[in-house]
Design a protein around this ligand. Structure first.
Ligand code: SAM
Length: 462
């Protein structure tokens, strides 16, 4: 890999004797791969993957490569993520019940991990400014089976009108100069110039100004990048401390191989050592910077209660017929009704679980207002892929377990002929190795294919 001369000179000057080890590790081209298990899934450790190299700083993280075409990835049991990126959500120390904003969320590495930490309690708002990337974010979050996520496609400043002072924690995993991507994605080198870190820093300041307004007084702001550039990292952390005097940098635990932030890279404030630098010549990862801030203003009461009074105007109510179709589906599949009716909302004929305590989203670009349960068509209800991925088969009555070969055929879009045991016609949760992966509809012993067209694999993989 050819690093720009100016880049080499810059880090020789910044790192002195250490520069050789740093530059050699970047030029080695040896990419550290990792993956996480998803604690939201039933029996989440039952995966056919090598778990012999666990990471000590992320409970669900491992070293090793996984394929995006495996059953485990397709069912949301595994998520591929380079190891240093995993420490960001870990450092956020999210507790179930909190309201979290991931402001720059696509493709979803941190959001999927944050959703796991919430354990279905509280709310994760995952926002992505780029519409195409927001769709990928939605796919990745859908696979996790998380039920308490809203996905938005907005400019950060646009969120302020709805969410001012709302979130317990705001994560800004900022668009950055991406120097930590050089080994993984050498194309990132072509974007680099001497001025690029400063341009990125300017953009980050704008994003962080919005993040600050979205944060609840007394909340925590987490800023991270995948670059080594001091103009971003320490200098942005120092800028935040100067700009918002009620913010304090919190010390982050440094595991073996993790470096302190470097005060000399910014204005010399000693507290910058509390941030974390992950350098590829010290740490088995591609590189990250993480700083966590505590706002020291008194905490007001929880904002969810205030949001409760608002009406959810973007939705329409279920018609009596639609209520009937949904009830019938629940009775057959679960033997009981799922969700309170006050939490069921319809948007563009799609039925969602949207907790009535969540804030309303009028005027925002909404990708998913909550968990998509299905769609109402003429005189029927079709359950959604995302709903299937959120279910524990142990609590479902109509389940068809398929072999790996059958799963392969199904995810390629093929219908299946069912041979044994006459199944009554209707909707079934489909599983393979007890992992839910779709709904399918049985009609006269044929399992019709309802796997989303955009997600179909052209050829399967075991
Ligand atoms: N957190 C993500 C993850 O873990 O998968 C990675 C986020 S990536 C480093 C930064 C994201 O910020 C990109 O998806 C990019 O589209 C988005 N972005 C770019 N410009 C932005 C802006 N002005 N405001 C907010 N987000 C922006």
């Amino acid at each position: 890999m050819n690093l720009p001369v100016k880049f080499i000179e810059k880090y020789q000057q910044l790192l002195g004797e250490e520069a050789t080890a740093f530059l050699t590790s970047l030029q080695s081209g040896k990419v550290q791969k990792g993956f996480r298990l998803n604690p939201l899934k039933p029996n989440f450790k039952q995966v056919r993957t090598d778990l012999s190299r666990p990471l000590n700083y992320v409970a669900t993280g491992y070293l090793g490569a996984i394929t995006g075409r495996s059953l485990e990835h397709q069912t949301g049991y595994l998520y591929s993520q380079e190891p240093s990126a995993m420490y960001v959500a870990e450092a956020a120390a999210v507790q179930p019940g909190e309201c979290i904003l991931d402001l720059c969320a696509a493709p979803g590495g941190k959001s999927t991990q944050l959703a796991g930490k919430l354990q279905g309690q509280g709310l994760l708002v995952a926002n992505e400014i780029d519409a195409k990337r927001a769709r990928v974010l939605a796919e990745n979050l859908e696979r996790t089976g998380a039920t308490n996520v809203q996905i938005l496609n907005e400019q950060p400043a646009k969120l302020i009108k709805k969410f001012k002072g709302f979130f317990d924690k705001v994560l800004v995993d900022a668009p950055c100069s991406g120097e930590g991507m050089f080994r993984k994605d050498p194309a990132a080198i072509t974007y680099w110039s001497v001025d690029y870190p400063r341009e990125c820093a300017n953009r980050q300041r704008e994003i962080l100004k919005s993040a600050w307004q979205l944060l609840k007084p007394g909340g925590q702001l987490i800023y991270s990048t995948c670059t080594f550039a001091p103009e971003e990292d320490e200098q942005i952390a120092a800028w935040l401390l100067a700009e918002y005097p009620t913010l304090k940098l919190l010390p982050l635990k440094k595991y073996s191989g993790m470096d302190n932030g470097r005060p000399e890279f910014a204005d010399g404030r000693a507290e910058l050592t509390r941030a974390v630098r992950l350098f590829p010549h010290h740490f088995q990862g591609e590189g990250h910077f993480i700083a966590k801030f505590q706002d020291t203003q008194p905490q007001p009461g929880r904002r969810l209660k205030r949001a409760k009074k608002r009406s959810n105007q973007i939705f329409r109510a279920l018609s009596p017929n639609e209520q009937g179709y949904w009830r019938e589906f629940c009775q057959l599949q679960f033997g009981r009704q799922l969700f309170k009716s006050v939490d069921l909302r319809v948007l563009n004929d799609k039925l969602y679980y949207v907790n009535h305590n969540w804030p309303e989203l009028t005027g925002l670009r909404v990708v998913r207002p909550g968990l998509e349960l299905g769609v109402f068509k003429k005189k029927r209800f079709e359950p959604a892929y995302g709903f299937a991925l959120s279910l524990n088969p142990a609590f479902c009555q109509r389940v068809i377990e398929l072999s790996l070969d059958q799963w392969n055929q199904y995810v390629q879009g093929q219908p299946l002929q069912l041979s044994s045991n006459k199944q009554p016609n209707g909707w079934y949760l489909l599983t393979c190795q007890q992992k839910a992966f779709s709904f399918g509809k049985v009609a006269n012993q044929v399992l019709k294919n309802y796997f989303p067209k955009g997600l179909r694999l052209r050829y399967g993989q075991r």
